[in-house]
Design a protein around this ligand. Structure first.
Ligand code: NAP
Ligand code: MG
Length: 487
């Protein structure tokens, strides 16, 4: 069976695809006249049903054992590879990014499933010395129980999978509240896991507004919540979940700097700064929002950035010539435009923009600004393809300015001086530090996350630390229960 055999849009609750209730349409930001499809819109009662299904499946999924769960994830990996084109098309239609980027998410989802399947076979438990003859003291990694997953639209395939795969692998059942902008992509992902053999109730998907997510995270039966999205929503979730003593993991906004020193190779630096700032239409938490030019490199750097930004090809993500797609939706586009207008009214100078097609009002021209650190856009996250250049005179100022933000997700440094690199890796307050590489992009076997307002304090997502959030450690003392006959 392929995913197209099931209804395009439906909740998945307790193994049933549910279409009842009011419906809405998922839009294509590049083609306003071609909606992607219909789907139901759930509410608090949908969330409660999904939590009940996850509670009911908890013991069955835990007791199935790591080996069978790993086999199922390996089967999901095969399906993510096989269905990469289908999944990519859906993600591009709903989110707008290029088909190449969407396909990359599907392929990395396959790799994530394979990696997390292998991680549960690693020795993560420990044995301790004991004072008592005959006793064994060991730790046990128990699943958390029911995990609530709340995801954004900007990586509609990969972010869900990097949460779902380790959650399931560790023996948790899942209720996944996906983003309203990318529901049908989410349905196709849930179908992959179902077809791979995830049994009824182990993975539940609910489609609907933030308030439905709010009902899910407030449900006492949800043991832990992992969230990726904006700071205000994330902090609200943190407060609600910790108030009822649940466990919470947050990946939130960023305001990532790229520092370019005068010893950088600009042939290397310029394309990487532009890719980091404008790639995926600037709709990445790790996008380069601030470009810090140190000393005399400033003028040549700006000239070259201007040329590169003007050269960007904006268009429908389905067109192979497109480098940058539209913004995900009209409302999001209006917010980005308002951020730009405010920056200009505060004195920012527009150095360069690219041209956009007039086939959809969701297109937005990538924009390079120059200005001062007084601009709101220098500290506030505007989630689109806008980046601001500021000049400083010294290395000290560059690092100080890079850190002068509430965020701490990623930071780039372009230099060929290894002593500067040494200082950068010790001084930058960011969860991800890139040297001569863009602020965007990461490898999925490496821990991922930020500092300050960019993350919570739970263990990092992805990599071998992903398992830590989804398990609870218990210390177990095992004694023979009979006197030692040889004593
Ligand atoms: P968002 O508005 O915070 O939404 C994220 C998710 O939360 C969506 O599923 C949303 O549902 C849901 N939601 C909204 N209100 C809720 C509530 N009260 N309770 C529970 N769930 C609720 O973020 P976004 O606009 O989708 O994504 C962009 C943001 O995500 C940016 O700030 C970006 O930096 C951040 N991000 C961070 C990372 C990272 O790893 N650090 C990665 C990607 C994105 P609806 O869609 O129905 O509103
Ligand atoms: Mg949409």
């Amino acid at each position: 069976m392929t995913m197209t055999d099931s209804p395009l849009g439906a909740h998945l609750i307790g193994g049933e695809w549910i279409t009842a209730g009011p419906t809405t349409t998922s839009a294509n930001p590049a083609r306003p006249d071609e909606p992607v499809g219909e789907h139901p819109v759930g509410d608090a009662s949908t969330a409660a049903d999904a939590v009940t299904a996850a509670v009911d499946a908890k013991r069955m999924w835990r007791d199935m054992g790591y080996k069978r769960r790993a086999e199922i994830l390996e089967a999901a990996a095969v399906l993510f590879d096989q269905r990469a084109d289908e999944l990519a098309m859906l993600a591009t239609m709903e989110e707008g990014k290029t088909l190449g980027e969407s396909r990359g998410e599907a392929v990395l989802s396959a790799e994530t499933c394979r990696y997390q399947a292998a991680i549960v076979k690693m020795p993560t438990e420990r044995i301790y010395p004991t004072a008592k003859p005959g006793e064994t003291i060991r730790t046990l990694r128990a699943p958390l129980g029911v995990v609530g997953i709340v995801t954004p639209w900007n990586f509609p395939i990969l972010i869900p999978v990097w949460k779902i795969a380790p959650a399931l692998a560790a023996g948790n059942t899942v209720v996944w509240k996906t983003a309203s902008n990318t529901p049908l992509t989410s349905v196709a992902i849930a179908k992959v896991f179902e077809d791979a053999g995830v049994p009824a109730g182990a993975l539940n998907l609910i489609l609907g507004p933030g308030s439905m997510g709010g009902a899910m995270i407030e449900d006492e039966r949800v043991d832990g919540v992992t969230f990726t999205g904006s700071v205000p929503v994330g902090f609200g979730i943190r407060d609600a979940v910790t108030a009822r003593n649940g466990r919470v993991q947050l990946e939130l906004g960023g305001h990532n700097p790229a520092i370019v020193f005068d010893d950088a190779d600009l042939d290397v630096a310029v394309p990487l700064v532009v890719a980091g700032a404008m790639g995926s239409t600037g709709q990445k938490c790790t996008a380069t929002r601030r470009i810090i030019a140190v000393g005399d490199v400033h003028d040549e750097l700006v000239d070259r950035l201007v040329a590169a930004v003007k050269d960007l090809r904006i268009g429908d993500g389905q067109d192979p010539n497109t480098a940058i797609g539209p913004i995900v939706a009209q409302g999001a586009r209006d917010e980005v435009a308002a951020g730009l207008d405010k920056a200009v009214s505060q004195g920012a100078e527009v150095l360069a923009t690219a041209s956009t097609p007039d086939t959809s009002s969701c297109f937005f021209a990538p924009t390079l600004l120059s200005g001062t650190t007084e601009l709101d856009i220098w500290t506030e996250e505007v989630f689109g393809p806008i980046s601001t250049v500021v000049r400083v005179d010294s290395e000290d100022e560059a690092f100080e300015l890079a850190n002068a933000t509430e965020f701490g997700l990623s930071a780039s440094v372009f230099t060929t001086d290894m002593w500067r690199v040494d200082r950068a890796v010790n001084e930058l307050e960011a969860g991800i530090i890139k040297i001569n590489a863009p602020t965007t992009g990461s490898e999925l076997h490496v821990p991922f996350g930020g500092e300050k307002s960019s993350s919570g304090h739970a263990p990092r997502e992805q990599g071998d630390t992903a398992h830590d959030f989804f398990t609870r450690t218990r210390s177990v003392y095992i004694n023979p229960g009979t006197p030692n006959p040889r004593a």
